[in-house]
Design a protein around this ligand. Structure first.
Ligand code: THU
Length: 142
């Protein structure tokens, strides 16, 4: 799938954002290695802390359907009710969730500021020296 289509999927996902408290709507589109796309949006809560980011919504939907192999995610966000116009970088918690399921050197994160302009990063670029399963496995053998 080409990158522009994944960005458009993220923009469509953003339409479902539930963000009455922050007024900031985010959409994500997660591409599996088999070519499927899982959409996610942010889902807020009156008690604030249960809020789920768009990226994690997409990951948890996919993993709960048995998917484990991911290629890329597109993320878009901005003031609710307005077109997105700036990059929306994933929060630290979402980067850590990506670390659990993705190869940091290969998994790509597309950040778009509109349907025509986006930047691509690897997970290793936005989460250097991330903690993953490898650390626990090494710890066990020592
Ligand atoms: N948010 C996301 O969905 N993804 C991010 O990467 C950054 C923040 C959401 C959480 C909250 O609903 C709103 O944006 C404001 O922080």
């Amino acid at each position: 799938m080409d990158e522009s289509r994944l960005v458009r999927e993220a923009a469509a996902a953003r339409e479902a954002a539930y963000a009455p408290y922050s007024g900031f709507s985010v959409g994500a589109a997660l591409l599996t290695k088999s070519g499927k796309v899982y959409r996610g949006c942010n889902i807020e809560n009156a008690t604030y802390s249960p809020t789920n980011c768009a990226e994690r919504t997409a990951f948890f939907k996919a993993v709960s359907e048995g998917e484990r192999d991911f290629e890329a995610i597109a993320v878009v966000g901005g003031k609710s009710g307005e077109p997105f116009s700036d990059y929306c970088p994933p929060c630290g918690v979402c980067r850590q969730v990506m670390m659990e399921f993705c190869d940091p050197g290969r998994f790509r994160i597309l950040l778009a500021k509109n349907a025509e302009e986006w930047k691509a990063f690897t997970l290793a670029e936005i989460l250097p020296m991330g903690f993953g399963r490898d650390q626990l496995e090494k710890g066990r053998s020592e």
